[in-house]
Ligand binder design. Structure first.
Ligand SMILES: NC(=O)c1ccc[n+]([C@@H]2O[C@H](COP(=O)([O-])OP(=O)(O)OC[C@H]3O[C@@H](n4cnc5c(N)ncnc54)[C@H](O)[C@@H]3O)[C@@H](O)[C@H]2O)c1
Ligand SMILES: [Zn+2]
Length: 389
């Protein structure tokens, strides 16, 4: 005997772009929620990244003022402030605090939990929203380059656990994402830069034309040209969103994960440096390592490698970290190589690492030759020395 269950859930959400989201005259948030009001006021719980508040201390007043002038919206309690950066994903208490906030403020499945902050805060709050009451409607308001162009527009959320990155988490599409470019004005130089590696990543695997555009505009982007950054974010976000909806595996049941090109080493490097190296900075190094490996394996030629390397340098990235090598500095760090197995374990199934055969064209490999990886890491070290002189 058997009963076959089969149903489809259609997900739909918008990634909206604006400037000055909480300016009283900006209708975007009110318009977004209007269809949900049904002549009743909608309850909003807001969680904010403390690192953002340090730079934008008037944000809470702006939100309160915006909502006070929108009778269809009700702010439950005062916004909850959580740690910023990776500590919010490392310290489980931040998740518990957010769940308590949901409980105490009686945020139910017809309310909205809004997260405002960098990718780390969005990951943690998204997870709280996914598990509280088995799923609360969630709006993400990303405030860093990386969260606006990559992490905030997708369907994943998580916290770190058992000393492993993103060990606890879920796939839970948001209700909507709102990218307000004005938030970017206060980013530190490192956070302005770090998210751009994700744009290079997605261009390399999918879109040679976008890569050419980044190459032409790399120095302007490095020098904080906001118009160039807005285009980079929009195009990068669009490529990520399109990949999730069209690649046939939005919830990553398979073993191939092209958007994680360059990420096996990046995740390990973040962890080995106790997150001193930021995600986007680690991705730039991880890309450089996998591309140097692609040269060793003759997947790409040296001219292509040098071209991509120079774009990353022009964007301002440092493409070597001493922890890529062992204590003697003569071969690849054995701790880093553990990242390959952790990557495989996280995906399940066979090891699958994305490589490129030319700019804009990817393919998968299922094994990594450690001797060639060794040569790749040494090549990055030598190039760094060359650049330093
Ligand atoms: N869910 C996903 O699909 C996905 C994808 C990629 C990356 N990620 C995760 O995203 C995280 C990295 O995100 P990130 O690069 O945004 O860094 P982040 O969240 O660590 O933020 C960087 C710093 O900037 C501060 N900040 C935030 N907004 C600011 C602003 N407007 N002005 C000044 N400071 C501000 C934060 O407090 C923090 O100190 C990592 O945990 C990574 O694993 C998730
Ligand atoms: Zn990433």
């Amino acid at each position: 005997m058997k009963i076959t269950q089969n149903f489809t859930v259609n997900y739909h959400y918008e990634v909206l772009f604006t400037r000055g989201l909480f300016a009283p005259a900006n209708p975007l948030l009110r318009d977004l929620l209007r269809k949900e009001t049904n002549n009743k006021s909608i309850k909003l719980g807001v969680v904010i990244d403390t690192g953002l508040l340090d730079y934008q201390p008037d944000l809470i007043d702006k939100i309160k003022n915006y909502i006070a002038n929108a009778p269809e919206l009700t702010l439950v309690e005062t916004p909850l402030i959580v740690l910023g950066g990776e500590p919010v994903k490392n310290e489980t208490n931040e998740l518990i605090k957010t769940l308590e906030f949901i409980n105490n403020a009686k945020i139910d499945r017809h309310s909205f939990l809004i997260a405002i902050g960098g990718g780390a805060v969005l990951d943690m709050v998204g997870f709280a929203a996914a598990i509280g009451h088995r799923g609360i409607r969630h709006i993400r308001i990303p405030t860093t380059v990386l969260s606006q162009n990559d992490s905030g527009v997708g369907v994943k959320n998580s916290i770190n656990f058992f000393d492993k990155k993103n060990f606890l988490g879920s796939f839970a599409p948001p209700y909507a994402v709102i990218n307000d470019f004005e938030f970017l004005n206060t980013l530190t130089e490192r956070d302005w830069r770090s998210g751009m590696s994700e744009a290079v990543k997605v261009a390399l695997i999918k879109d040679a034309h976008f890569f050419n555009w980044i190459e032409t505009n790399a120095l302007a982007l490095n020098q904080r040209d906001i118009v160039a950054m807005e285009k980079l974010i929009f195009d990068c976000a669009a490529l990520h969103v399109a990949h999730i909806s069209t690649n046939g595996d939005p919830f990553e049941m398979g073993s191939s994960r092209p958007l994680d090109f360059g990420h096996w080493a990046a995740h390990k490097l973040e962890q080995l440096t106790q997150f001193e190296v930021k995600h986007g900075e680690a991705v730039a190094i991880g890309l450089a390592l996998d591309l140097a490996y692609a040269v060793q394996s003759k997947f790409i030629d040296l001219v292509t490698f040098d071209r991509i390397y120079q774009v990353l340098i022009n964007l301002g990235f440092d493409l070597f970290h001493p922890l890529l090598l062992d204590a003697e500095g003569t071969s690849i760090n054995p701790e880093l190589i553990k990242g390959l197995e952790e990557f495989r374990e996280h995906l399940g199934g066979v090891l699958t690492i994305t490589m490129i055969e030319q700019i804009g064209a990817k393919f998968d490999v299922h094994s990594i030759n450690i001797e060639q990886l060794n040569l790749a890491a040494i090549q990055l070290s030598q190039k760094k020395k060359l650049h330093a002189n």
